[in-house]
Design a protein around this ligand. Structure first.
Ligand SMILES: CC(=O)N[C@H](C=O)[C@@H](O)[C@H](O)[C@H](O)COP(=O)(O)O
Length: 235
């Protein structure tokens, strides 16, 4: 798949991230696969998956859906942990994902290589690379390193990025202004359809939504808090 073909599919459309971390009630590859199918039924044009489920989750989703799959594997939870090495990126390609999502921050990587080394290796194997960035500087460097897609995934999760309760819409806007021609995906804490639409209005080509769609515990907690906090009227 070329980046142009991918853009045709995702432009102005929703991507859903189907992941469940260690200890989560949904942490099961078959469950992730069914979640991905349900997301596609609801209108997702691509699925992002893997995470702590790693390449088994990616392979299962690739066989279950017809839409493009953005795969990743999480190794640890500190520093660079989203597909942090060249080797892990190649494993994601080999599991069938058309696109590999990888940390593209300027921090040192566990294998001592550069992000560009990962990009080159994935390209040599026929895959595309989604660069998970936290800041404008990360995005500019990732584009220079040859990434096919720039995303705001790590905004709020790195030492030098803005810590916001909601999505970093300002970063989306900054990235679009600095990189007018790049494929840009907004991701991270998009908890309402309105915020997802705002990201498109600010120049994102597509938006990835995870937790707000695929985590029943998160959704339940919002309803539970609203119900508990509601004032009761008695007649
Ligand atoms: C920082 C990090 O590890 N982000 C991960 C990246 O794959 C996932 O845990 C997120 O769920 C994903 O980015 C979607 O974001 P949200 O779940 O906020 O819609």
């Amino acid at each position: 798949m070329t980046v142009e073909e991918l853009l045709t599919i995702i432009s102005g459309k929703l991507i859903v991230s189907c992941q469940a971390g260690h200890g989560h009630a949904l942490r099961d590859t078959g469950t992730i696969e069914r979640m991905a199918r349900a997301a596609v039924d609801g209108g997702a044009v691509a699925i992002r998956c893997g995470g702590v489920g790693g390449t088994p989750d990616v392979a299962a989703v690739v066989s279950a859906v017809k839409v493009p799959v953005i795969g990743l594997t999480k190794i640890g939870s500190e520093g660079v942990f989203i597909t942090p090495t060249r080797e892990s990126a190649l494993e994601v390609v080999d599991s069938g994902a058309q696109i590999v999502a990888a940390d593209a921050t300027l921090r040192p990587r566990p294998d001592g290589l550069t992000f560009a080394d990962t990009v080159d290796a994935v390209h040599d194997r026929g895959g595309l690379v989604m660069a998970d960035c936290g800041t404008l500087a990360d995005g500019i460097a990732a584009a220079a390193a040859g990434a096919d897609i720039i995303s705001s995934t790590l905004a709020g999760y790195t030492e030098n990025s803005r810590r916001l309760a909601g999505p970093d819409l300002e970063l989306v806007s900054e990235l679009r202004q600095a990189l007018p021609d790049v494929v840009l995906i907004a991701e991270g804490r998009y908890h309402s359809p309105e915020d997802a639409a705002r990201a498109i209005a600010l120049g994102a080509d597509s938006v990835v939504v995870g937790t707000a769609i695929t985590d029943p515990a998160f959704i339940t907690s919002k309803f539970a808090a609203a119900v508990s906090g509601a004032e009761r009227q008695r007649v």
